[in-house]
Design a protein around this ligand. Structure first.
Ligand SMILES: [Zn+2]
Length: 326
């Protein structure tokens, strides 16, 4: 797991929004990576700092809690039509340092999705500036810019917004309760010069969809029964991953990988079967028969490459690479 990916999960992690599996992965990484430990520590420090009022104690006080409360109130009023997740780093600072709404050209936006989490990072294009994401009603965040305090590490200049999706129309709220949203709800990002919208449903789909597996991390097996049924097995070469075979069109499959702390590589495999009646005929899932032609192939998609196996090779068991008889 790359440090960058881990770090993008930190805002959600700090807020307790990451899944148990993500937590495990993050903590495993933290044990091995000093830089990420320091990064997390400084991010936590920032949040504490920013929740601590400097001048006006009353106004700033439990800033995040206040936000949560307001949010919940709005939520009740609007029947769930508001921002239910998201995260503000730097909100408290707004009370005592000069800030302004950022121009879109001064902000680089990066969306990363992983394990149900969508994380948006806003990084300043200008040196010595830092960004804040201010959340408002109706899923709106305003990107605010300020000066980077001297001696602040550059990564602390970023603002983050993140969201944990349970399924395609449910998010995990800040209070840990799941909330539904509708297909037409958007996240609105406001800059000084323009406004951008992102569909929450699109974000959810992207966050929940796992990437295809790397071909060199998959071991393929082949087996043929007496009745002609050929079974291809796909097994992960690495622990902590399970595979699924996804239908990707006619004679086309995609091998997708999922994070899975349970089970070994044997149990976490997936299978694809081809029902041969004879060398030149297969039975389709609806029970009908199909005559094979010379150039019919089964296409297998991985993240890094696409493999084609002719049906006659499937029948014979002559497979590419180091595929074994299973
Ligand atoms: Zn790291």
């Amino acid at each position: 797991m790359k440090c960058e990916v881990i770090r993008d999960l930190f805002p959600s992690y700090i807020d307790g929004l990451t899944s148990e599996e993500s937590n495990e992965l993050i903590e495993e990484h933290l044990e091995e990576c000093r830089e990420c430990r320091e990064y997390l520590a400084s991010m936590k420090e920032e949040i504490v700092e920013e929740n601590q009022p400097v001048k006006n104690k009353k106004a700033v006080q439990p800033f995040r809690k206040l936000r949560q409360k307001t949010r919940r109130k709005i939520l009740l009023a609007a029947g769930g039509a508001v921002l239910i997740c998201g995260l503000i780093l730097g909100g408290g600072l707004l009370y005592y340092s000069r800030t302004w709404t950022a121009n879109s050209e001064d902000v680089k936006m990066t969306i990363e999705t992983w394990d149900g989490i969508a994380s948006i990072r806003f990084s300043p294009e200008k040196k010595n500036s830092r960004l804040y994401a201010e959340t408002g009603e109706d899923n709106t965040i305003t990107i605010v810019e300020g000066k980077l305090a001297p001696f602040t590490k550059a990564y602390n200049a970023n603002a983050y917004w993140s969201c944990t999706f349970i399924d395609e129309d449910t998010v995990m709220g800040l209070d840990g309760q799941n909330m539904d949203f509708s297909e037409d709800q958007v996240l609105t990002i406001k800059y000084k010069d323009r406004t951008e919208t992102i569909s929450l449903a699109d974000l959810a789909r992207e966050a929940l969809e796992n990437p295809p597996a790397q071909s060199d991390e998959v071991k393929m097996t082949w087996a043929k029964e007496d009745n002609g049924t050929v079974t291809l097995g796909f097994f992960p070469e690495i622990l902590g991953v399970s595979l699924k075979v996804e239908d990707a069109g006619e004679d086309q499959i995609l091998i997708r990988q999922y994070y899975d702390s349970q089970g070994g590589t044997e149990e976490n495999g997936a299978f694809y079967t081809v029902d041969f009646i004879d060398e030149n005929t297969i039975r389709l899932s609806d029970g009908t028969e199909r005559k094979l032609s010379q150039d019919d192939v089964l296409t297998i998609e991985y993240e890094d490459k696409t493999e084609e196996i002719s049906f006659s090779d499937l029948w014979e068991g002559s497979l590419p690479g180091d595929a074994q008889e299973g």
